[in-house]
Design a protein around this ligand. Structure first.
Ligand SMILES: *[C@@H]1O[C@H](CO)[C@@H](O)[C@H](O)[C@H]1NC(C)=O
Length: 246
C-alpha cells in the first residue's frame, strides 16, 4: 500500500495508466467468465463444453466479427440450380429474431411467448414423422452435429443423392429443443429462397469454407401457420439428400 502511494506521488501519470490497465483486465476477465458460463448453461451444441471448446468458438466469433459477412444476406448464394421448395415462399412477417452472438452454437434468443402446445408438438415431431413415413430412405438418430443432444434425420447411404460434406455426413435436419429453431441441409438455391424470404440465415462456418453452403439455420416458427412453412423447408432438405421430396 505504502509503495503504491509512493508510486502515485512519484509518477501520477504512470500510476493512473497501470490502474486503468488493471481495471480493464478485471472487467475483461469478468466478461469472459460470464460469457463462458452462459455458453455452458445454454448448451454448447456439438462443441466440447470446456475451455478448449470455448476458445474454438471464440476464434470463429472473432474471425466472423472481422469478416463483415451478414448471415441474413443471401446475395453470396446462387439462386440457380435444383430446388425442392415451392416456387414462391411467403415472406416471413415481422422482425427477424436476434441471434446469440457467440456464433456457435448458432441459436436465436428464445421467444418470450412460448409456442402453443399443438404447434410445438408438430414441430418437434418432424424428425420422427418423416423417419417413419420414409423408413426405406431415412433413419432417426441423435444429431452428430449437435453432439447427440437432439434427434435428427439421416439419409440412408443407399438413398443418398449427390450432396457430400465431411462435417454433415448424411444428416439432413434437426430441431433445437431450447428455442425451436432448426438446422436443415438444403440445396444452395433453396438456402437462397429461405434466407431471401426471411425464414432463416446462412451457417457461420459456411462462408469460411468449413461446411456446405446449404446448411441453413431456420428461425423458430411462432404459430401453426409458420410451422407449416417450416415443414415445407424440412421436406426440401429430405428432397435434397434423397432426391425424393415427400
Ligand atoms: C475438452 O473436451 C474434449 C472432448 O471431450 C477433450 O478432448 C479435451 O481434451 C478437453 N479439453 C480440456 C482443456 O479439458
Amino acid at each position: 500500500m505504502e509503495s503504491l502511494q509512493h508510486q502515485a506521488l512519484d509518477n501520477p501519470l504512470a500510476f493512473g495508466a497501470s490502474a486503468a490497465a488493471i481495471t480493464a483486465a478485471l472487467v475483461f476477465g469478468a466478461w469472459i467468465y460470464r460469457d463462458y458460463t452462459a455458453w455452458i448453461d445454454f448448451g454448447t451444441g456439438g462443441t466440447s463444453a470446456n475451455f478448449s471448446g470455448y476458445l474454438r468458438i471464440t476464434k470463429f466469433r472473432l474471425l466472423r466479427a472481422f469478416s463483415g459477412d451478414d448471415l441474413k444476406d443471401a446475395s453470396s448464394l446462387s439462386p440457380d440450380g435444383l430446388s425442392y421448395l415451392p416456387k414462391q415462399l411467403p415472406r416471413r412477417e415481422g422482425q427477424l429474431p436476434a441471434i446469440i452472438e457467440r456464433t456457435l452454437p448458432q441459436r436465436q434468443y428464445p421467444a418470450k411467448t412460448p409456442l402453443d402446445k399443438a404447434a410445438y408438438d408438430r414441430l418437434h415431431a418432424l424428425p420422427k414423422k418423416y423417419a417413419e413415413q420414409l423408413n426405406d430412405a431415412l433413419k432417426l438418430d441423435k444429431s452428430v452435429t449437435e453432439g447427440r443432444t437432439t434427434d435428427a434425420i439421416y439419409a440412408l447411404p443407399a438413398h443418398r443423392h449427390g450432396a457430400h460434406d465431411r462435417v454433415l455426413g448424411d444428416e439432413i435436419a434437426h430441431v433445437h429443443p431450447a428455442e425451436n429453431s432448426l438446422h436443415v441441409w438444403l440445396t444452395e438455391a433453396d438456402t437462397y429462397k429461405v434466407v431471401s424470404a426471411g425464414w432463416g440465415e446462412r451457417f457461420p462456418l459456411a462462408s469460411l469454407g468449413m461446411v456446405n453452403a446449404g446448411w441453413t439455420f431456420v428461425y423458430a416458427p411462432r404459430s401453426m401457420e409458420e410451422v407449416a412453412v417450416v415443414e415445407e423447408i424440412f421436406k426440401a432438405g429430405i428432397g435434397h439428400l434423397t432426391g425424393k421430396r415427400p
